[in-house]
Design a protein around this ligand. Structure first.
Ligand code: CTP
Ligand code: MG
Length: 231
């Protein structure tokens, strides 16, 4: 067992406002968490998956994911995304001790192409200890002062938007999440690679994909429905 994927899916989906947790929202009839897991399996690069969900959704998600090939475990997540990832990580490393590479994904990035997932695993296997998928920014980016007046235009050529899965060599992600427990600055970190950056370790990049966008708002879900309907 070498590649373990963590799928935090314990959020409420407040911004989507669907009345059910986002992971259970159906897209083309298939819940987002099921699409995310099936995308990981379709990459053929992942051997084990730990999904973190709200306690009340444990039974229903286990039922939804039953019968798939591959090792899939569903556990209870935490109060925020990083708590859910941490719970899944500690559980997964205990349950799958032969893990060499860890992918940290989002259930909300339900349309992530399997080929992109495979490219992240390949980059870790090629020797990079931390790898994230990135996209260039299409819009011009401005820096503002606190009352919304433009201070200047940022050079967007050096900026990238970051997606998931993010891929890590196992000892590095273990160290990053272990140290984060006693690092007050870690709470401001907004992605998993950010914890690796706090260790001073390099983070490599591979090309992301527009299909790996995070379904956050009703607009995003509408876009996702159009994508699914057109494929
Ligand atoms: N997540 C999680 N545990 C939490 C909060 C979020 O596992 N306590 C997961 C979500 O289920 C999602 C991913 O982290 O797959 C990214 O979070 P986000 O897009 O913010 O989802 P929600 O937190 O569900 O949405 P919102 O912030 O609008 O409530
Ligand atoms: Mg959230």
């Amino acid at each position: 067992m070498s590649v373990l994927a963590l799928v935090p899916a314990a959020g409420d989906g407040v911004r989507l406002g669907a009345g059910v947790p986002k992971a259970l929202v159906r897209l083309g009839g298939v819940p987002l968490v099921v699409r995310a897991v099936d995308g990981l399996l379709a990459s053929e690069a992942v051997q084990a998956i730990v999904v973190a969900v709200r306690a009340v959704d444990l039974a229903v998600v286990r039922e939804l994911l039953a019968g798939r090939c591959g090792q899939i475990e569903v556990i209870v997540g935490g109060a925020d995304r990083s708590s859910s990832v941490r719970a899944a990580l500690w559980y997964g490393l205990h349950r799958f001790p032969a893990t060499r590479t860890v992918l940290v994904h989002d259930a909300a990035r339900a349309l992530t192409p399997p080929g992109m997932i495979a490219s992240l695993v390949a980059a870790v296997e090629a020797g990079w200890s931390a790898v994230v998928p990135v996209l260039p920014l299409a819009d011009t980016v401005k820096e503002l002062n606190p009352v919304g007046v433009v201070l200047g235009t940022v050079d967007r050529s050096v900026l990238r938007a970051v997606q998931t899965p993010q891929a890590f060599e196992v000892s590095l992600v273990r160290r990053a999440y272990g140290l984060a427990e006693s690092d007050p600055g870690a709470s401001a970190v907004t992605d998993d690679a950010g914890l690796v950056e706090r260790l001073g370790e390099p983070v490599h990049t591979v090309p992301g994909d527009p299909l790996a966008f995070k379904i956050t708002t009703p607009w995003d879900l509408r876009v996702a429905e159009l994508v699914v309907g057109s494929t």
